[in-house]
Design a protein around this ligand. Structure first.
Ligand SMILES: [Zn+2]
Length: 92
């Protein structure tokens, strides 16, 4: 992960996976802009893949919606989800 990208607060939203409160985001690349509607994200607590709505609320991304994304994006999201879930498993 390139930490030169965006790292900051986003409007508070609830993760559709774990119901945790999300108030921040970090980009997975050097993109310095804040998240916008349609961007995908992975919950650092549970690995849920979501998409930011127009109000920047987190909406779960279905498998069908995930399949519509470019392969490189899909692979990156799945790798991030796997890393989070592996971490959660190690800590439990
Ligand atoms: Zn979550």
């Amino acid at each position: 992960m390139n930490l030169r990208g965006f790292h900051g607060q986003v409007p508070a939203s609830t993760c559709p996976g774990c119901k945790g409160l999300a108030t921040g985001a970090t980009s997975a690349d050097a993109n310095r802009r804040a998240p916008k509607a349609g961007d995908c994200t992975v919950c650092i607590e549970c690995g849920q893949i979501s998409q930011f709505s127009h109000e920047l609320e987190l909406v779960a991304l279905s498998d069908a919606e995930l399949l519509k994304l470019p392969a490189a994006v899909r692979q990156q999201l799945r790798a991030m989800r796997r890393a989070v879930r592996d971490r959660v498993e190690r800590l439990s």
